[in-house]
Design a binder for this molecule. Sequence first.
Ligand code: ATR
Length: 273
Amino acid sequence: MDRYLVFGHPVRHSKSPFIHTLFARQTQQELEYGLAEPAVDEFAQALRTFFDQGGKGCNVTVPFKEQAFTLVDRLSLRAKRAGAVNTIKLTDDGVLLGDNTDGAGLVADLKSHGVTLADSRILLLGAGGAARGALAPLLAELPSELVIANRTHTKAQQLAAEFHDLGPVTAQAYEQLAGPFDLVINSTSASLQGELPPLAPALIHTDIAIYDMMYGASDTAFICWAKQHGARQTMDGLGMLVEQAAEAFTVWRGIRPGTKQVLRELKRNLGVI
Ligand code: ATR
């Protein structure tokens, strides 16, 4: 049977096996999908061993995405732009192809929520790996403006300069942000510590869409905060998780699984509904 897995550390709580097993059942593909948690300095060896032993493809998550970028034979354009690899496929001619489906997953999830990206003013919070992966797919949707704000402002400036050729992207310091924005995407890891990015409450209005790439059994700190200040449409990163997985599955198997039912089952599994 074709073998796939996700590399991460820690990875025990990954939902990827659950999601891909449902995709395989739905599309009647025969495959198995497991977990691998190599020591942080043993990822390269573990990856090689997996493919030497017949593995067909894998996902890569924290903290290995940047390292995976350097280990594959070939990179997709979107992986090159993201500077990170979250999906690897062994091609029929034996080449390890590195791809990145995170940004496509974000855009697909935003669209499935009915969020309009074309001609919109988007505020992206954070300038780390998650922000970098989102930038090209967001700019491809032709927003009127994409502003990056980051605690360390120079990182936002660097990122904006790097993606400048792809669309109207600028960096602004948190305290200088001027609304109104149509969509705010939180790519920071602040919610992990229960912290908030230093965003002025005045930027939140009833018609704004709020997206937090993080997710949990209950609302993230950022979503709670945005709701308190009047945001009516809030979304967490669970849909992005399922959509990036669907994109990876499509890369591997050449068949696109449906995501709605899988997202519902995942929410049930997590106790969210
Ligand atoms: P990831 O790959 O998930 O993006 P990362 O590369 O470590 O992770 O980046 C984390 C991002 O969250 C950074 O933009 C970080 O801001 P700094 O560049 O200033 O470190 C941001 N971040 C983390 N905690 C934050 C907090 N409490 N408030 C605001 N931004 C925060």
